[in-house]
Write a protein that binds this ligand. Sequence first.
Ligand code: G6P
Length: 369
Amino acid sequence: EAIEKGGYEHFMLKEIFEQPKSIADCLRGRLDPKTGRLVLGGLRDYMNKFQNAERIIITACGTSWHAGLVAEYLFEEFARVPVEVEYASEFRYRNPVISDKDFIIAISQSGETADTLAAIELAKSKGATIFGVCNVVGSSIPRTTHAGCYTHAGPEIGVASTKAFTAQISVLTMMALKLGYQRGTLPESKYILMLHELADIPAKVEKALQTNEAIKKIAEQYKDARNMLYLGRGYNFPVALEGALKLKEISYIHAEGYPAAEMKHGPIALIDEEMPVIFIATLDSSYEKVVSNIQEVKARKGKVIAVVTEGDKQVKALADHVIEIPPTNEAFTPLLSVIPLQLLSYHIAVMRGCNVDQPRNLAKSVTVE
Ligand code: G6P
């Protein structure tokens, strides 16, 4: 097992550090910014259906559902298609309105999640086209869907999903760019720029991982917290959800993710000097708004840990701790901003003596409903 962990103390840490490679593996052979080529083999026969879909419905569970939420922003921004993101367990029992004009994307690391499989069967019976985004080759979901795209992240052993999440987002990003370009909602010049930016992501993830030692020090200070709040807006809202999920899964600290602006409708009541609040405050279209949310937390003496873009000054002046990540296009930020949150939950869990790779009560793949 020590050999399999490749010198890392846990599979989860190994998998976090593998992300520059797993994302590159996911993009390899599919993306070529020089020629503007973006090929997703699984889409080829279904491009027509995808392009003409009146609606995209994304269904998944857990971390994969968070990747789906990121995709909602991506598809709507680049391809201007309405998107719904559904928990598979809710979708399947709700008698949802589905037709043959819908394009369903089922996201699953394991490809075996019972609720996701059942949601697929239901949508299939209503005539929709089903596309899978899965990691485990030959698993049940890729065998049930009409077509799909593997994430190629390699085996993920840690129960808390890390590299599968960023690989899912990478695939969904490529799908959104392709769709936007084909539908004419993403102009060619911008499309090419985006392909270049996406190709640079693995190197930027590598840089984001260099925050590890600094994050360890932050973890030391907050390891005994009883609650934590994760806040972000726009593309970083799903990242806030994912950060909170990672923390509760492996450290058993209660954590909530919220869209930063919703804080005033509830979570703000929880803030006192004991409450660490993790903000994702990268330089993007909601930056100024997030800055004022940070001020609101500071005014109530909350402790602020902020993930910011390199060179940030405004948040640095307000926050108790900042973690810098490289700049990128706003739409690709989740691939970078989630990295420090994965590391933070990892270190806190290790310091609390938790079984990081196999947290209590959780399973890697949930094959019962
Ligand atoms: C379990 C795992 C999570 C995962 C979720 C969905 O809860 O512990 O890490 O995100 O199932 O699994 P899937 O394999 O469908 O992505």
